[in-house]
Design a protein around this ligand. Structure first.
Ligand code: HOZ
Length: 431
């Protein structure tokens, strides 16, 4: 067993200081532990599958920086590539050969991408893709699904998942009615609703956007045939289909969810794994659609740090290590953890769902499988908070939100995963 948590004076002291100078003490809301209780751990180091906090406490980490660290923390090749690039300069604001090599890797692996534009965050990638879709089609309306999260650009912050779901917020103040007037929100996995929205607005819809596996309202995979329906509706009505693969890209397979489900979108947003733990994201699509982007076309999109050489070097090094056998190992580890946790909950008579797509999975404390945002909002988040606290006290660091995915990495071992299952058994035994 991993060392139990000692008193957290240092994290507590840092949190008190942070709250004075950073809103809520954090630079991204879900980090604040507000939905699970307790003090956010201020981390000082990550190594492989483990992180260490300011109090010197080590944890087996299942957050992985919210997805990017598929090889684990401070992987030698990734850090080495970033260091090598850094020695040659941290940023140029000019094109580099490294970007070309990464773009070629992305184009080779991700279905639907012939050209790709790099950005610094997933928010920018999704925002750019939406603007491009509107510019390319000459249409205004976008369709998104309730509980799906596409970053925090105004037009997409409608019925959004991630921190908005975690904190139970209504749509955000500061987003004007005008900014979301052309955003149509429909329930995930609801065939009739999405057919109806196209029947009513079809000729005005620029883009149908989804997370092909919803992973910001907990993990909610698509119902059988649902992505195919989205593909068919978008094509029939002349709209573009956008897969936001920030969570799924290079995580569920080399070609992301598009490869797993065999459905090819017109546009793809990527983030997290693609950057190897550095601020790098991207969006791409067919050469024809991408040609609408400046400087080739009139749709404007830009960024001083876009394609940053250090981030590109790290992302490229990470992607190069993700071959078929890496995904087999990752999926096997996830399977071991999911089935172990499933047994623990079942033996204790705790109603739990463990939805998954390959190594992307979550825990819902609910009697029935969750298929949409209404179902996700109805799960027992108090029970998740209790699980989180119990696991943290035993040295296992789960996401501090019932609505975020749990991430294993290639640095985790079967023995570590088994220790997490045993810790969960102890926690559940106390309920
Ligand atoms: N967007 C992340 C969750 N899907 C959270 C990022 C963070 O808080 O660091």
């Amino acid at each position: 067993m991993i060392d139990p948590t000692p008193p957290t004076a240092s994290s507590e002291a840092l949190y008190e200081r942070a709250k004075q100078v950073i809103p809520g003490g954090v630079n991204s809301p879900v980090r604040a532990f507000s939905s699970v209780g307790g003090t956010p751990r201020f981390l000082i180091e990550g190594n492989g599958s483990r992180v260490t906090d300011a109090d010197g406490q080590r944890y087996l980490d299942y957050v992985g920086s919210w997805g990017p660290l598929i090889l684990g923390h401070a992987h030698r090749d990734v850090i080495g590539a970033a260091n090598e690039a850094l020695q040659r300069g941290s940023s140029f604001g000019a094109p580099t050969g490294r970007e070309v090599a990464l773009a070629e890797l992305i184009v080779e692996r991700v279905p639907g991408i012939e050209q790709v534009r790099m950005t610094s965050s997933g928010t920018e990638a999704a925002m750019g893709a939406i603007r491009l879709a509107r510019g390319a089609t000459g249409r205004d309306k976008i369709v998104k699904f309730a509980g799906h999260y596409h970053g925090h650009a105004d037009a997409l912050l409608a019925a959004a998942g991630s921190g908005v779901a975690t904190l139970g917020l209504p749509d955000s103040p500061g987003v004007t009615a005008g900014a979301t007037a052309d955003t149509l929100v429909v329930p995930w996995n609801d065939r009739e609703a999405v057919e109806a929205v196209f029947a009513e607005h079809g000729s005005d819809i620029a883009v149908l956007a989804c997370e092909p596996v919803a992973a910001n309202m907990g993990v909610v995979p698509p119902a059988e045939g649902f992505l195919e329906l989205l593909r068919e509706l978008a094509t029939r009505h002349g709209a573009l289909l956008l897969f936001d693969e920030v969570m799924t890209g290079f995580r569920v397979a080399r070609g992301g969810a598009a490869e797993v489900y065999g459905v090819t979108p017109d546009l793809v947003a990527l983030g997290k794994v693609v950057g190897g733990g550095f601020p790098l994201a991207a969006f791409g699509g067919s050469a024809e659609v991408m040609a609408h982007l400046a400087p080739e076309g009139p749709v404007y999109q830009a960024g001083t740090l876009s394609g940053n050489p250090v981030a590109v070097a790290a992302g490229t090094a990470q992607l190069r290590l993700l071959d078929a056998s890496a995904y087999d190992r990752l999926d096997a580890l996830a399977e071991r953890l999911i089935s172990g946790l499933g047994e623990v909950f079942a033996e204790a008579g705790v109603a739990a769902q463990l939805p998954r797509c390959r190594s992307l999975f979550g825990v819902f404390f609910a009697e029935e499988p969750v298929v949409d945002y209404a179902g996700a909002k109805a799960v027992d988040t108090g029970r998740y908070a209790a699980l989180h606290r119990g696991m943290l006290a035993r040295g296992h660091y789960l996401p501090p939100s019932a609505y975020e995915a749990i991430f294993v990495s290639l640095a985790h071992t079967a023995a570590e995963v088994d220790s997490t299952v045993e810790a969960a058994r102890e926690v559940v035994a106390e309920w």
